[in-house]
Structures are given as structure tokens and as C-alpha cells.
Design a protein around this ligand. Structure first.
Ligand SMILES: N[C@@H](CCC(=O)N[C@@H](CS)C(=O)NCC(=O)O)C(=O)O
Length: 200
């Protein structure tokens, strides 16, 4: 398997999950501006969507979309307990979180990277992010992770997109459970290894 990634982008979530699952995989960096991979290939030809993450499977086919790749990775190693079993109510709960992180957080926090934003637009986005994060903070009360005591692929995704708030000097201390979650996840060996590898 090969993960196409860009440092600190949302592909960090699947990078973390691959390490948490103990799977063997290759990494290839993508320059999102030029759409070229580190080995000089045209990224459009690998993923016609042009964005990361993309996971090249053993048969050469390519799987895209954060939520699909995260669940694919988790299902390769059920013993790692990164996702509850298919068909259980708990699995739908995980998908509920993946959907929330993907559509309500990833795309809202990610919008701040747009340099063309006016002050009013930025303030409206920041207010929306605050409301979305407050819900996560409440949900994490008394829990180590979104699903309870087991770290899941949804946690890897949440950690990845909430980490971007530091690029915008957003204060997370008003969300004590979320702040503790970020520190807890940041201490996981697989997370440290993924961050280190993306820096290299
Ligand atoms: N719907 C996609 C969105 C992925 C996405 O937003 N990727 C960003 C990085 S976090 C990207 O590669 N952006 C560059 C671009 O769209 O050209 C998913 O969930 O996987």
C-alpha cells in the first residue's frame, strides 16, 4: 500500500491510522501546488480529484476520501480496534463522527487557509468553528476518545484537523476536554512517528 500525502494536511489522519494499525505501507509526498509527487509523477493521473489523501492498494487501484480510507485501514487490522465491527450500532456512531469531523470541522477549519478571506468572512467562520468545537468538547467529557476508551480512526481525523487551529492562533484552552484530548493523542507513539516522518 502507498499513501499519497502532504505534510500536516488531512492525509495525516490516515497516516496515523496506518501506523496505529501496524500495517506496512509506503509514503509518497505530493506537492499540492504543482500536483507532482516526490518521484516526479503527475498526481492528476494517480488521483483525478487532485487532492490528498489517496491510498494505492496492493492491486494497483486507488482509494480516495478521508472517511473511506480511514475505515479501509481500520478494517485491515480489526485487532487494533480502530473501528467497531461493521453492522454494529457502534460502527454507525463512528461513521457519525467521521461525517462530523469531515463536513463540519475539516471543511470549516480548512476554509481559514484561504488567503482571500475578508475580515467579516473570517469572523463568521471562526464563530462557526467555535460552536462545532464546543460540541466536541462536551462529547469528550469523561472520555479519553470520541468512541470511549478505544482510540479510533475518527480520533486520528479529529486530531489532524483541530491541530490546524494552532496555525491561526486559535485558543483551545476554553475547551478543556478537547485540549486534554489533543495532548493525549499527541503523546501516542504512532502519532509522534507520523509527525516526525512528515517532517523528514
Ligand atoms: N473530500 C476530500 C477532501 C480532501 C482535502 O480537502 N484535501 C486537501 C488537503 S487537507 C487537499 O489536498 N487540497 C488540495 C486541493 O484541493 O487542491 C476527502 O475527504 O478526502
Amino acid at each position: 500500500m502507498k499513501l499519497y500525502f502532504s505534510p500536516s494536511a488531512c492525509s495525516l489522519a490516515q497516516h496515523i491510522s496506518l501506523r496505529e494499525a501496524g500495517l506496512s505501507f509506503d509514503l509518497e509526498k505530493v506537492d499540492l501546488a504543482s500536483k507532482k509527487t516526490a518521484s516526479g509523477r503527475d498526481y492528476w493521473a494517480i488521483n483525478p480529484k487532485g487532492y490528498v489523501p489517496a491510498l494505492e492498494l496492493e492491486d494497483g487501484s486507488v482509494l480516495t476520501e478521508n472517511q473511506a480510507i480511514s475505515q479501509y485501514v481500520a478494517d485491515q487490522r480489526p485487532d487494533a480496534r480502530l473501528a467497531p465491527a461493521y453492522g454494529t450500532m457502534e460502527r454507525y456512531r463512528l461513521q457519525e463522527w467521521l461525517g462530523y469531523v469531515g463536513t463540519e470541522l475539516h471543511k470549516t477549519i480548512g476554509a481559514l487557509f484561504d488567503r482571500g478571506l475578508g475580515e467579516a468572512q473570517k469572523a463568521a467562520i471562526l464563530e462557526r468553528i467555535d460552536r462545532r468545537l464546543a460540541l466536541v468538547d462536551e462529547a469528550l467529557a469523561g472520555k479519553s476518545y470520541l468512541m470511549g476508551s478505544d482510540f479510533s480512526v475518527a480520533d486520528a481525523y479529529l486530531f489532524t484537523v483541530v491541530r490546524w487551529t494552532s496555525f491561526f492562533q486559535m485558543e483551545l484552552s476554553k475547551f478543556p476536554n478537547l485540549s486534554a484530548f489533543m495532548a493525549r493523542v499527541g503523546e501516542r507513539p504512532a502519532v509522534k512517528a507520523a509527525l516526525e516522518a512528515e517532517k523528514a
